[in-house]
Structure formats: structure tokens, C-alpha cells
Design a binder for this molecule. Structure first.
Ligand SMILES: Cc1ncc(COP(=O)(O)O)c(C=O)c1O
Length: 397
């Protein structure tokens, strides 16, 4: 799609979201960085998958229906990551499940030395701590190095400094979930990690669909992410992407099941656990079948509009939001360089959770993390909704 404007969005994009927009008239939705809004076609697509259950019964496990939609999901995620082999995308129901599959690809008698930032999402943070408590992981936490205004910022140089010969795995987010900061210099992190014999897992949850992200350009060994937010695919549609050199080396995980078997549907039971080709070797047991139907329309939409176009337009919307709040004398974090921040804005407040709750009374939907209310507009956000939010904040502050 060409350059996005308010007019082209009203004409071509807004009608594709009539169901969710019609259900929330008068409401200003700024939680798109949390739960993205669904396309109308998503519901017809889910029905297509569900109907196959009744109409085809066991034959719904075919390349035209359930297995086909799962492969389509893998292929669309591969396109977004600029990865050529769709089978290197392993569907997961959470990003955390992807992290566990990677942790469970290390030898069980080994303590895995992990470098991670304190800014990883709760899921990764909790899983790493649980593995540490079980003696499976030893974590070197990277703290935020400096403050930009009210926001604690991470420096890639601190991640680099934490990597040494003891490191087995570096697990970092491309964009910090709490603040929207883009970590940057991922290729340098990968380069140093590889020189020290370590692997790198990048959490792309707040990056994919926000700005162009190329897994091969970064050189990451693994990426995890999901469709809940910017990709408009709802919960459960997540993935683990595995780099070709990891697959070629025959790396295996204990997070496995019979869909990882060579010739799954031949029902052979050799004495050894013989696995399928490429990323199929990392599949697990019987997968959820409707989840790909839920997620593919949002992925097609994102690729159809174009991630760079989305980024350009959202930068304008975020600038409008920040300027409108500043004009209204409201507190808002204005980054020195907006290019290194993701797709939501931060309003600092000591009782951010309470402020976010009270904004709902004015039909302004946000969420809060620590000392910030997060405002995540999307393509459907209008200037009037930004004014609605500013006016509500003025009354509350
Ligand atoms: C950076 C990041 N990673 C992962 C997740 C989700 O993790 P999981 O799928 O394990 O629940 C989120 C959700 O907000 C996130 O912001």
C-alpha cells in the first residue's frame, strides 16, 4: 500500500475493522501495544477452521485446511522476519514456550549461563528465575545504565560487557516492553556472543509489525514473538524462529512430541526418537488448530500495508499525541530521538495503575507498567481520540 494518510485509512482500512469499532463507539483505545484490534475477516477465518471440524472430521488434518493454515502462519511469520524457510518457524502458544524450548535444547546436566536484561517481559523473567531456582540456569542480569528524563534506559554496551567465555545464552528484547526503548546494536551482541561460543535469543514481541526487522541481518540464533499486539492475531499465536545454522547443526530440544517425528502420520515407532526435517524437528504434540486461523488475517494485513509504511505513519501519530499532550500541559515522555523508541508513548505518574483505571471512566483505554501509563495508538487512532485522552488526563491530573 502507498503512503498512508488519514484519508486513505478512513477509506481502505477502517471498514476492515467495522466489528470492533462498532462495539466500542465513543471509546478511545490506546492499548494496541497490549491487545491489538481484530479485523472483521478474522472471525470468518476462524469459522472456516471450525467448520472444517464438522464438515471434514478427521480429514480436516489436510494441507488444504488445518495443516495448510498452520503452514501459512509459519510462512507469514517467516516473511515478517525476512527468513526464507517457513519450516524454521515453530508455532508456539506463548513466547515463553519458545524460550523454554531453547533452554531445553542444552544438555540437562549443564548449568546454562544466561545474560539477560532486567527489562525482559515478566514471562521470560519468571521462566529464567524458575530455571535458576531449579539449578538449571545461572543468570547475569544487565541493569539499565542511565536515565533519559524519567525513563531508565538500557545500553547495548552493557549487554556486550556482560558476555564472556562462560556465557551460553544471551536473551534480550529488541524493544523493551515497559518503556518501548529499542535496545539496538543487536548484531554487535550476536557477533560478540558467537565469538564467545554463546547463542542469542531475541524477543521480537514489541518489534515485529512495528518496524522492519530482519532475523538474518541481526544474525540471531533464535527469535521469539507473537501476534497478540501489533500483529492483530489475538492470544496463543506465537512462534520460535530458529536460524538455519542451528537446524543444520542438528540441535534438538526436549520440548518435543509426535509432530516432531519423522513421518508423523506413518505411525512408525523406531527405538530412537527420529525427528523430522529442519524446524519440523522442533514441533511438539498435537497443535491447536484454530489459532493459525485467528492469526493469519492480521499477518496478511500487516504485510499488505507494509511494515515500513506502518512505522512511518505511526511515528506521525505518536508525534501528534506527544505534541497534543504537551500543548495541554500534560506530563509526557518526549524522547530525544524518537527513532529509537517503539510504538507507544509514556505518561509518568506515581500511581500509574490507578490513573489508567480512572481514564477508563472517560472511555480512554490504556494500561500501566510501574510508574508509567502506556498509550499505544494504532492505524485506527484519530486526532479526536488523542484530544479525548488529553482532555480526560487534564481532568484527572
Ligand atoms: C516483550 C514481550 N515478550 C513476551 C510477551 C508475552 O510473553 P508470553 O507469550 O510468554 O506470555 C510480551 C507480552 O506483553 C512482551 O511484551
Amino acid at each position: 500500500m502507498a503512503h498512508l494518510t488519514q484519508e486513505s485509512i478512513d477509506r481502505e482500512i477502517r471498514p476492515q475493522f467495522s466489528r470492533v469499532l462498532g462495539s466500542h463507539v465513543g471509546s478511545a483505545y490506546f492499548a494496541n501495544h497490549s491487545l491489538g484490534r481484530p479485523l472483521d475477516v478474522s472471525f470468518a477465518n476462524i469459522a472456516r477452521g471450525a467448520n472444517a471440524w464438522a464438515e471434514l472430521l478427521d480429514e480436516a488434518w489436510s494441507d488444504e485446511t488445518w495443516l495448510g493454515e498452520a503452514m501459512k502462519f509459519r510462512s507469514l511469520i517467516a516473511q515478517l522476519l525476512s527468513v526464507s524457510d517457513p519450516t524454521s518457524i515453530v508455532p508456539k502458544s506463548s513466547a515463553g514456550q519458545g524460550l523454554r524450548a531453547v533452554l531445553n535444547s542444552f544438555m540437562v546436566d549443564k548449568v546454562i549461563h544466561v545474560v539477560a536484561t532486567r527489562g525482559e517481559f515478566d514471562s521470560a523473567d519468571f521462566i529464567l528465575k524458575a530455571y535458576a531456582e531449579a539449578g538449571r540456569v545461572d543468570i547475569r542480569w544487565v541493569e539499565p545504565g542511565r536515565q533519559e528524563g524519567p525513563v531508565w534506559v538500557y545500553d547495548a554496551s552493557d549487554v556486550l560487557a556482560a558476555i564472556d567465555d562462560t556465557t551460553d545464552l544471551v536473551a534480550v528484547s529488541a524493544v523493551m516492553f515497559g518503556t518501548g526503548q529499542i535496545l539496538g546494536d543487536l548484531e554487535l551482541i550476536v557477533d560478540k556472543a558467537h565469538r564467545h561460543g554463546a547463542l542469542v535469543l531475541v524477543d521480537t514481541y514489541h518489534a515485529l509489525g512495528v518496524f522492519p526487522f530482519s532475523m538474518p541481518a541481526v544474525g540471531a540464533d533464535f527469535c521469539v514473538g507473537g501476534c497478540y499486539k501489533y500483529l492483530r492475531g489475538g492470544p496463543g499465536a506465537c512462534f520460535l524462529a530458529i536460524a538455519p545454522h542451528i537446524l543444520a547443526a542438528g540441535r534438538k530440544t526436549l520440548d518435543t512430541g509426535w509432530f516432531a517425528k519423522k513421518d508423523t502420520f506413518s505411525y512408525l515407532r523406531p527405538d530412537s526418537a527420529e525427528r523430522g526435517e529442519g524446524g519440523d524437528a522442533w514441533l511438539e504434540s498435537t497443535p491447536p488448530v484454530l489459532v493459525p486461523y485467528q492469526a493469519t488475517p492480521g499477518l496478511e494485513f500487516t504485510l499488505g500495508v507494509g511494515v515500513q509504511q506502518i512505522r512511518n505513519y505511526m511515528s506521525e501519530v505518536l508525534a501528534d499525541l506527544r505534541e497534543t499532550f504537551l500543548r495541554a500541559d500534560l506530563p509526557i515522555f518526549v524522547p530525544q530521538n524518537a527513532v529509537i523508541w517503539g510504538s507507544f508513548a509514556l505518561v509518568p505518574h506515581v500511581s500509574a495503575t490507578e490513573l489508567s483505571r480512572r481514564l477508563k471512566e472517560f472511555k480512554v483505554v490504556t494500561d500501566a507498567r510501574r510508574d508509567f501509563v502506556r498509550f499505544g495508538p494504532d492505524l485506527l487512532t484519530t486526532h479526536d481520540e488523542i484530544e479525548q485522552a488529553a482532555s480526560a488526563l487534564r481532568k484527572l491530573l
